[in-house]
Design a protein around this ligand. Structure first.
Ligand SMILES: CC(C)(COP(=O)(O)OP(=O)(O)OC[C@H]1O[C@@H](n2cnc3c(N)ncnc32)[C@H](O)[C@@H]1OP(=O)(O)O)[C@@H](O)C(=O)NCCC(=O)NCCS
Length: 144
C-alpha cells in the first residue's frame, strides 16, 4: 500500500494566507455554512498559524493560536480526516503554547468535536453557547 504523506509547518501570515483561506473556506464556509464575515474576524495577523500540506505542497489543514492562549480555526479537508492531521496540528499548537509559557490553553469546541479535543487532554467547562449558528462549549487544557 502506498504511504500517504503530509507535513506540518509554521505558516507565515500574510505569505500563506491564501493557502489558509482555501482550507478554512472549504471547511467552515462551504461545509459548515459559517458566514464569511464571521470566519474572517480580523485576528489572523496577530495569530501563530500552523499549516498541513500534502506531498505536493497543497494545503490540507490548519489551526491557529491567539496571543492570549486561545486555540482555534482547527480545520482539516474532509478527504484528509481520520489520518491524524488534526491531532498533529493540535499537538503542534499546544507545543507552541507551552513555549510561550501558557499554563492554560483555551478553545471553543463545536459539540461534535469535543471527543477530538478530549483525546489531547482538554476538558469541557461551562454551558453550551451559540457561535455562528453552531453549538459550542469552552474547553481548557491545564499544565499539570
Ligand atoms: C475536527 C478535525 C479538525 C479533526 O481532524 P482529523 O484529522 O480528522 O482528526 P484525527 O484524525 O487526528 O483524529 C484523532 C481522533 O479524534 C477522533 N475525532 C476526530 N474528529 C472527531 C469528531 N468530530 N468527533 C469525534 N471524534 C473525532 C478520531 O476518530 C480519532 O480518534 P482515535 O484516536 O480513537 O482514532 C476535523 O474533523 C475537521 O476539520 N472537522 C471540521 C471542522 C471542525 O469541526 N473543526 C473543529 C471546530 S471546534
Amino acid at each position: 500500500m502506498t504511504e500517504i504523506t503530509y507535513s506540518i509547518r509554521l505558516a507565515h501570515w500574510p505569505q500563506d494566507r491564501e493557502a489558509l483561506r482555501l482550507v478554512r473556506e472549504k471547511v467552515f464556509v462551504e461545509e459548515q455554512q459559517v458566514p464569511v464575515a464571521l470566519e474572517w474576524d480580523g485576528l489572523d495577523p496577530q495569530c501563530l498559524h500552523l499549516i498541513a500540506e500534502d506531498a505536493d505542497g497543497n494545503p490540507i489543514g490548519t489551526g491557529r493560536l491567539l496571543p492570549d492562549g486561545h486555540i482555534g480555526r482547527m480545520a482539516v479537508l474532509k478527504e484528509w480526516r481520520g489520518r491524524r492531521v488534526g491531532t498533529k496540528l493540535l499537538h503542534g499548537l499546544m507545543e507552541e503554547g507551552r513555549k510561550k509559557n501558557f499554563a492554560t490553553l483555551i478553545l471553543a469546541a463545536q459539540l461534535q468535536a469535543i471527543p477530538f479535543y478530549e483525546k489531547a487532554g482538554f476538558h469541557a467547562e461551562g454551558d453550551v453557547f451559540d457561535d455562528a449558528g453552531i453549538p459550542h462549549r469552552n474547553m481548557v487544557w491545564r499544565d499539570s
